[in-house]
Design a binder for this molecule. Structure first.
Ligand SMILES: *[C@@H]1O[C@H](CO)[C@@H](O)[C@H](O)[C@H]1NC(C)=O
Ligand SMILES: *[C@@H]1O[C@H](CO)[C@@H](O)[C@H](O)[C@H]1NC(C)=O
Ligand SMILES: *[C@@H]1O[C@H](CO)[C@@H](O)[C@H](O)[C@H]1NC(C)=O
Ligand SMILES: *[C@@H]1O[C@H](CO)[C@@H](O)[C@H](O)[C@H]1NC(C)=O
Ligand SMILES: *[C@@H]1O[C@H](CO)[C@@H](O)[C@H](O)[C@H]1NC(C)=O
Length: 479
């Protein structure tokens, strides 16, 4: 039951995700000048013109990197941060307001929020730090955000709904709590300091970035979530620990991800990915989800335990799975709809499952030689009639390893159902054939059965159609 709830949760998660992705896509499709990121057409003519416009030019001169040294000296002498630089929220609506703030402040105390801005470039000039958040939202005209000298943002660097933005340039930014960038569908260029020394949460969503490799020196994060980046080809990070969530999903179907140093993650989601490596992964403290990927091989050879549910679902090309060292799964184990997996035999050391088992697919063998205890129920459903259900239903020594009360094993057209007591004693056992109308025999089994029965129906439909064609051909040739 627990795992069914988990599936339901998966399902709602997916649908909300899809809905979100869809709305983003619409924005994206509506931006008429859009091409592949390599060919993004920002309005460069206008941009150049405005780039050198007097106001912007003077701002540039005054605050360009070259004069920072001198300016810094002057600011250090006047010890405290000037009053104008201290405010809970600095609301910026025009280039003039920004200019004024930057003229007086090297460091800003409080949050800087830019919500209305007609110019194409937001330039933070000589500003070195913002101790609150830096928030830029709903600005359709801004194409570039830059801060040559900004080293630190105390809170969140948020960029949301900047539909013309192509570049985020902060070459010395190495300290921030969170990056939250979303709905920046034309963003192709990103620059942060190479020596990021402090970062906690990074979410990058709906951009046109081709690669994300800004985390070469970050070992610890709470959240790393990369989703809906349609052209993303690679994500590389030398992370060792991810305390809450590591999630890569719904990006380009060609995405390759590389986490060579990752030791543990609280929960880990890999979805819609073309290739992945986790050569160092030892623990997943909560759930590990591997869903709808395009790779044929998934390897986590050092993984020992999964603290929640392990799900390997709908990976249509997956052939080779390496979980050689997994001994314990504290939640459920779900292996479903991986159409190329013929044997579920890739968990040779698995001893204990804290939740339920759900295996769905066309596999013809299940082999878990060291498995001694499954605290939940077991549902094993294969369209292959070669699958031997007897080892699930009638264990050799009379006692089942399944303690969750119920075992259902379906092999081709035969469904075996058994009830077991809490200590694994077999209470009763039933075998049902369903060859014509599968639905009529499923009255007692759980939601899961409709899944397989549906595919049965279509197989049945096909064979029926095929039968008719053959009959017609026979008729034609005999006449
Ligand atoms: C990171 O680099 C910036 C300049 O690029 C420098 O100011 C800063 O001190 C460096 N931080 C660390 C932790 O090395
Ligand atoms: C995850 O598990 C590892 C190894 O057991 C442990 O060191 C780490 O503290 C755990 N992390 C969390 C967030 O519980
Ligand atoms: C991952 O863990 C965090 C808490 O640490 C939780 O909020 C989040 O919902 C989890 N995500 C999934 C997909 O389980
Ligand atoms: C399993 O883990 C141990 C270390 O804990 C390691 O020596 C061994 O090589 C691992 N097995 C595989 C197949 O990688
Ligand atoms: C498995 O595939 C069937 C048919 O495509 C689908 O209805 C079902 O939701 C899938 N199950 C999971 C767990 O993805």
């Amino acid at each position: 039951m627990r795992s069914l709830e988990i599936i339901a949760a998966f399902a709602t998660l997916c649908s909300s995700h899809l809905a979100f992705g869809f709305s983003v896509q619409q924005v994206f499709d509506n931006s008429k000048d859009f091409k592949r990121p390599h060919a993004v057409k920002a309005d460069t003519y206008n941009l150049n013109k405005r780039d050198t416009a007097p106001a912007f030019g003077s701002l540039q001169d005054e605050w360009s990197a070259d004069v920072v040294g001198v300016q810094a000296l002057r600011f250090e002498k006047s010890t405290a941060i000037a009053e104008i630089c201290k405010k809970d929220v600095h609301n910026i609506e025009t280039a003039g307001q920004l200019h004024q703030l930057l003229q007086s402040c090297r460091s800003i105390s409080g949050t800087v929020q830019i919500t209305d801005f007609m110019d194409p470039v937001i330039d933070l000039g000589g500003l070195q730090s913002i101790n609150g958040d830096f928030i830029i939202e709903n600005l359709p005209d801004v194409v570039r955000i830059q801060g040559h000298n900004l080293a630190s943002i105390g809170g969140t660097f948020k960029v949301d709904s900047l539909t013309s933005l192509t570049s985020i340039y902060f070459p010395v930014l190495h300290h921030f709590d969170a990056i939250e960038w979303k709905v920046v569908p034309t963003l192709t260029s990103l620059s942060l300091a190479p020596n990021i020394s402090h970062a906690k949460r990074i979410t990058i969503s709906d951009t046109s970035l081709v690669g994300i490799d800004v985390l070469e020196n970050v070992e610890d994060l709470e959240i790393f979530n990369i989703n809906n980046n349609r052209y993303l080809e690679y994500v590389k990070a030398s992370l060792k620990q991810v305390h809450e969530q590591l999630s890569i999903s719904s990006n380009s179907r060609d995405l390759q991800i590389d986490f060579p140093s990752l030791l543990w993650a609280n929960n880990l989601t890999v979805r819609d990915v073309a290739s992945v490596t986790f050569p160092s992964l030892q623990y997943v403290n909560q759930s590990l989800e591997v869903i709808e990927n395009r790779f044929d091989s998934f390897e986590a050879p050092l993984l020992k335990t999964v603290g929640g549910t392990l799900g390997v679902i709908q990976n249509s090309r997956l052939v080779h799975v390496d979980f050689t060292n997994v001994t314990t799964i504290q939640g459920g184990l779900m292996i479903a709809n991986n159409s190329n997996i013929e044997k579920i035999d890739f968990l040779p050391e698995l001893r204990e499952i804290g939740g339920a088992i759900q295996f769905i697919g066309s596999f013809h063998e299940t082999e878990l030689p060291k498995l001694r205890l499954v605290r939940g129920s077991a549902m094993v459903k294969s369209t292959s009639s070669v699958l031997d259900c007897s080892k699930w239903i009638t264990p050799a020594n009379g006692n089942s390893i399944i303690r969750g009360g119920r075992i259902v094993c379906t092999s081709g057209q035969t469904r075996n159902t058994a009830r077991v007591s809490e200590d694994g004693k077999l209470l009763d056992h039933q075998e049902t054939q369903f060859d014509i109308k599968p639905d009529s025999t499923t009255e007692k089994s759980s939601q899961g059965s409709s899944i397989v029965d549906k595919s049965k129906l279509s197989t049945f439909g096909w064979s029926l159609a095929f039968g008719w064609i053959v009959a017609l051909i026979c008729l034609a040739t005999t006449q």
